[in-house]
Design a protein around this ligand. Structure first.
Ligand code: AN0
Ligand code: CP
Length: 320
């Protein structure tokens, strides 16, 4: 594997999950694979889990890890080509990226959708610039349209806890005060479709995701109906995608908050969320604290997904 930006980069999912379970069982088995190699993690946006779990994954493989928060101490970066740089940005991304590439062997990038232009976000302009100009393998640590390390950890978690071969997995929109990207739900949908689960998406009208990510999922506007018979409830907020509403908050309706009464409609479903989560907006205290809540094991599996991905990249590099 050269780069990791979406489900298609990982190939056969059964093979990948099997490999992830091996990594989970014996995390230090490959602790010389990354000897004298450096993992550089670039954050344009905040993070707790991705920052810690990806570093931990690199360390388990014997790599060195360097973390840069672009907005704290680095030069402000211009991203548009052709701009006369007489403003507040002293450096251009087209120099910054190859420079960063000089200092590492694998590069992780986090940069959320900016919601300024749907076209720029959905063309993944920044992520593709890293792929084009860094000269190094690039791992998405949540880009504008996808969060594949999260989705891979979600898949691993579902495979660990599922009680039937093809569980019913429900992705539900839930309210949040701010406009959040579609990256997590898009990516989750992409991976659930690829896994071939019985997959349902529920959200208020106006919150339709890009059909390219919805794929073969059933879309159900009645949240209670969607919850019936669910084995896994995956909650997430996202801002509108469609038309001129792109990036807007259309509803903060707490009737969509995941609570115990709705969980009682399910097949004793597990509750999942990528975190960070706003309690009593997205999910009530009692549901997130219940024995059915998988939010902590799910976060723990972020080390496993990252380590499996970086291990594959290092193995490919060595093979070349
Ligand atoms: C981000 C999002 O919704 O994409 C990161 C989630 C992993 N969440 C927030 O900004 C709260
Ligand atoms: N789930 C996740 O990616 O969390 P962070 O934003 O804290 O990295």
């Amino acid at each position: 594997m050269k780069h990791f930006t979406c489900v298609h980069d990982i190939g056969d999912l059964e093979v990948a999950v099997k490999e992830a379970f091996e990594v989970k069982k014996t995390p230090f088995r490959w602790d010389t694979l990354g000897k004298n190699k450096t993992m550089l993690l670039i954050f344009f946006d905040s993070s707790l889990r991705t920052r810690l779990s990806t570093q931990k994954a690199a360390l388990n493989l014997g790599m060195n890890a360097i973390v840069l928060d672009v907005n704290q101490g680095a030069w402000k970066l211009e991203t548009e080509r052709g701009v006369v740089m007489d403003g507040d940005k002293p450096e251009h991304i087209l120099e910054a990226i190859p420079v960063m590439g000089c200092y590492c062997d694998v590069i992780g990038v986090r940069s959320f959708a900016r919601f300024e232009s749907k076209d720029t976000d959905y063309r993944e302009v920044l992520l593709n610039q890293f792929i084009k100009y860094s000269g190094k393998p690039v791992v998405s640590m949540e880009a504008a349209t996808r969060h594949p390390l999260q989705s891979f950890a979600d898949l691993i978690t579902i495979e660990e806890y599922k009680k039937t071969a093809r569980p019913r997995v429900v992705l539900t929109w839930a309210p949040h005060p701010r406009a959040l990207p579609q990256a997590v739900p898009n990516s989750f949908a992409e991976w659930m479709n690829a896994a071939g689960y019985d997959f349902v998406i529920t959200h208020p009208e106006g919150y339709e995701l890009d059909p390219a990510f919805v794929g073969k999922a059933t879309v159900e506007y009645d949240q209670r109906k969607a919850f019936e018979g669910a084995d896994f409830i995956y909650a997430k907020n996202w801002a509108a995608y469609a038309g001129s509403s792109y990036g807007k908050v259309l509803s903060r309706d707490r009737a969509w908050t995941v609570d115990a009464e709705k969980m009682a409609l399910t097949n004793n479903a597990y509750f999942m969320h990528c975190l960070p989560v706003r309690r009593n907006m997205i999910v009530t205290d009692d549901v997130i604290e219940s024995p059915q809540s998988l939010v902590i094991p799910e976060a723990a599996n972020r080390v496993v997904s990252a380590q499996t991905v970086i291990k594959r990249i290092l193995s490919t590099e060595i093979a070349i």
